[in-house]
Design a protein around this ligand. Structure first.
Ligand code: SF4
Length: 442
């Protein structure tokens, strides 16, 4: 989880400061803010920690456990779903600990010092397990928006380096298993990735340390990318803005091609469409960050030329729902007409029960329909689909159907052009061309 009370170069921010080394010092000049989601994550971590502590580290009676749990449940951000999520986390940790013939070493919420590689660097590991020659670094992620992979994940690798600093002299560790446990995201709840001790140490010395030294000194080039989403400078960073102003590269229809001889074609090529869309995906997020920044600024009395803060759409609510319903029924309206009985959605019931319980009691009733085609970047892990018939289908009449298909009546245009060769473009138009003849009533 996010490092608590904070190093300059945090493990959770490593993807950002390793990609854009001056960002750490720039962030220092800007106010920090914690989102509701982050606060929810912190609460879920505390529940998970309490459960793991009780089972493995600090045995406690039901009374002590319930007192501590009830205190956490009083948090306004508490949701019942957190119980199922953290039960799954506890089950996973129990499973890992049972892989070993004797009880492995275990620590939770462990402060991990990786300052050998990153100046003043430290972070907090959710759960560390050492069994045999293997060190497990387990990170609980409560967020569901972006599935996180442990593969080459710099946050987890830094935790791994910190854990090696703490335990490398005490245990004969050869292998490090990095795990993300993310119960609410799409895809696998548990993802593991392994790296050898030597490879991890080499990464620390040859990759991280030079970048961390630059970042600590505030040196290097600003460099925008997907890591900007979590940067405090994301709203007004010029380097981030630069990525989008490059859209002008596509030029106007009046500009010339690279050779300077021909005018730019009036239509974008497919390659250009791909390039524009690639920028547009993060452009959308950037515009939303800019709007959020400008609204906050306007509300604080600053002037953003061309923009102002206004009151949004008004909504009507009952001042006292019980009194309102009493007045309505007193006026002769049947009470039954004021209520509707609706089932919870499938997702709502899964949220209430948790994934495991849901699968157990209702999993057999779930069918999955085909999703509507959607556009995704090439990096998306889903398989590409196409509605274009395959070559075999093209040449097999009525392929895939038991009955011969009925012949569809031809449209007027189809009758007109039936049997004519395909249109090859204007350069092929000659008087003998049948399209030309038809078009000119010859
Ligand atoms: S917003 Fe992006 S480019 Fe700008 S400082 Fe932050 S990480 Fe670097």
């Amino acid at each position: 989880m996010a490092d608590r009370k904070h190093a300059l170069l945090t493990a959770s921010g490593a993807h950002r400061w390793m990609s854009c080394t001056p960002s750490a010092r720039l962030e220092e000049t800007l106010p920090d803010s914690t989102s509701e989601y982050a606060k929810e994550g912190t609460l879920a971590h505390s529940i998970a920690e309490l459960k793991v502590r009780k089972k493995f580290i600090e045995p406690m009676g039901p009374k002590a456990f319930n007192t501590r749990m009830n205190k956490l449940k009083k948090d306004p951000l508490y949701q019942e779903e957190m119980q199922a999520c953290t039960d799954g986390y506890l089950d996973y940790i129990t499973g890992v600990s049972m892989q070993y013939p004797s009880r492995p070493y275990m620590a939770v919420e462990k402060k991990l010092d990786f300052s050998r590689y990153v100046p003043e660097g430290w972070g907090t590991g959710d759960c560390i397990i050492i069994g045999g020659n293997t060190l497990h670094v387990i990170d609980y992620k409560h967020g569901k928006g972006v599935p996180v992979s442990p593969e080459d994940n710099p946050q987890l690798k830094l935790y791994g380096l910190g854990a090696l600093e703490a335990y490398g002299m005490l245990y004969d560790i050869h292998n490090i298993v990095l795990t993300i446990f993310q119960p609410r995201a799409d895809g696998d709840t548990v993802k593991e990735w392994s790296i050898s001790r030597d490879d991890l140490a080499n990464w620390g010395v040859f990759t991280v340390r030079p970048l961390a030294e630059k970042a600590f000194a505030g040196e290097g080039e600003f460099h925008g990318g997907d890591w900007c989403r979590f940067c405090r400078a994301r709203n007004t960073c010029r380097a981030r803005a630069d990525q989008y102003t490059a859209l002008e590269d596509f030029g106007s229809p009046h500009s010339k091609t690279v050779t300077g001889t021909l005018p730019m074609p009036p239509l974008l090529s497919d390659a250009e469409v791909g390039a524009v869309l690639e920028k547009a995906v993060s452009l959308e997020k950037w515009v939303s960050d800019l709007k959020e920044y400008a609204l906050t600024a306007c509300l604080a009395g600053k002037e953003i030329p061309g923009w102002k803060a206004v009151e949004g759409r008004k909504t009507r609510i009952w001042d006292d729902p019980d009194a309102a319903f009493a007045d309505i029924t007193a006026a002769g309206i049947e009470e039954a007409m004021l209520y509707e009985r609706k089932p919870l959605t499938l997702a709502g019931i899964e949220k209430m029960l948790g994934k495991a319980r849901f699968t157990e009691v209702a999993g057999t009733h779930v069918t999955v329909s085909n999703g509507k085609p959607a556009l995704a970047p090439l990096s998306d892990s889903r398989e590409a689909i196409s509605l274009k018939p395959s070559a075999a289908e093209d040449f097999t009449p009525n392929a895939g159907t038991a009955e011969p298909a009925e012949e569809k009546p031809l449209s007027k245009a189809e009758k007109m052009f039936r049997g004519l060769p395909p249109y090859d473009g204007p350069s092929n138009i000659v008087r003998s061309d049948p399209y030309f003849a038809k078009a000119n009533n010859l």
